[in-house]
Design a protein around this ligand. Structure first.
Ligand SMILES: Cc1cc2nc3c(=O)[nH]c(=O)nc-3n(C[C@H](O)[C@H](O)[C@H](O)COP(=O)(O)OP(=O)(O)OC[C@H]3O[C@@H](n4cnc5c(N)ncnc54)[C@H](O)[C@@H]3O)c2cc1C
Length: 69
């Protein structure tokens, strides 16, 4: 049975994405909503300056989880 609890995470960065993963890994089966100020899905920031600006990787390559997840 699915829980009717609802977890709201404010801030759509790496910590938010990892918290959402931890909730699922620890069997939280209620709703999870991530509220972020950016248009992008949560992504890992270090590759921005190390690979993205050099044209080696696109933002999708270091998005933490796909939208479907
Ligand atoms: C270019 C770059 C290179 C980096 N390289 C390294 C590295 O090599 N090694 C390293 O250890 N660290 C590096 N960092 C730092 C690392 O990326 C951060 O420590 C990490 O992103 C922190 O993650 P976070 O989720 O805690 O916060 P953030 O990534 O800052 O995410 C917070 C999110 O919350 C959103 N937000 C804030 N306030 C609100 C609000 N009121 N409502 C809605 N949304 C809100 C913000 O828009 C943001 O998306 C780098 C950072 C950058 C920018």
């Amino acid at each position: 049975m699915t829980s009717d609890r609802h977890f709201v995470i404010v801030g759509g960065g790496l910590a938010a994405a990892k918290l959402a993963e931890a909730l699922r890994d620890n069997d939280f089966d209620g709703s999870v909503t991530v509220i972020g100020a950016e248009e992008q899905l949560p992504y890992d920031r270090p590759p921005l300056s190390k690979e993205h600006l050099l044209g080696k990787k696109s933002l999708e390559d270091f998005t933490v989880n796909p939208g479907q997840w």
